[in-house]
Design a binder for this molecule. Structure first.
Ligand code: GRF
Length: 205
């Protein structure tokens, strides 16, 4: 079976992107990272992707002003040009419109550094500490129009330890992220995960 062509969308560091690129080097991995797109020209991850020999593109949202649709059409055009099958958001800091989400429905994953549905949005580690959470973690989910709300593909928790700071907790969660994102992408690429199945599972939970 031919490998699925995957684009990873980033805005910054790109450590999850790197974990996906590394996983996809395995011969039996069902997907290849064919493209990395950043909405920020200075994103550190672009250099990492280039070093790994992966094609990169920049779609700078600032050049589109307030025209979100034009930005997303340009993004979509890059994905089509590179014949992309699946898209992974990895630290991509733009909200996507219902138009884009519908276009890639069931083929669009995100990783979020919290145990969804807890702590949607930003500053998850700080908020988990402030709430006195005993466990925290990371979630890979299908992207739907509502932010950080799609059906879950993979989730893993870590303990919150006495004396944890945002930094130490983030580091522990990031290790989990780098493990579960490649697993979740594998499940999607192999057809073991689907939006419909994940949604049904959630209904019966
Ligand atoms: C990760 O914690 C991810 O879960 C969140 O943003 C961070 C991105 O880190 N969405 P990186 O760019 O993958 O290193």
């Amino acid at each position: 079976m031919s490998k699925k062509r995957v684009a990873v969308l980033i805005s910054g560091r790109g450590s999850n992107m790197t974990a996906l690129i590394e996983a996809a080097r395995q011969r039996d991995y069902p997907a290849e990272i064919a493209l990395v797109v950043s909405n920020r020209p200075g994103a550190q991850g672009l250099g990492r992707a280039g070093d790994a020999g992966v094609a990169t593109a920049i779609v700078d949202h600032t050049t589109f002003g307030d025209d979100r649709e034009a930005f997303e059409r340009a993004l979509d055009a890059q994905l089509r040009t590179h014949r992309i099958d699946l898209v992974c958001l990895a630290g991509f800091m733009r909200l996507l419109s219902p138009w884009f989400v519908a276009r890639w429905s069931g083929r669009l994953l995100n990783i979020h550094p919290a145990l969804l549905p807890q702590f949607k949005g930003l500053d998850t580690h700080r908020r988990a500490l402030a709430a006195g959470a005993k466990r925290h973690g990371a979630t890979v989910h299908f992207v739907v129009a509502e932010m950080d709300s799609g059906p879950i593909v993979a989730q893993e928790s870590v303990p919150v330890l006495e004396g944890d700071t945002e930094e130490t907790l983030a580091r522990r969660v990031l290790e989990v992220e780098h493990r579960i994102y490649p697993e979740a992408l594998r499940a999607l690429a192999e057809g073991r995960a689907s939006l419909a199945a994940a949604a049904t599972q959630e209904d019966t939970r």
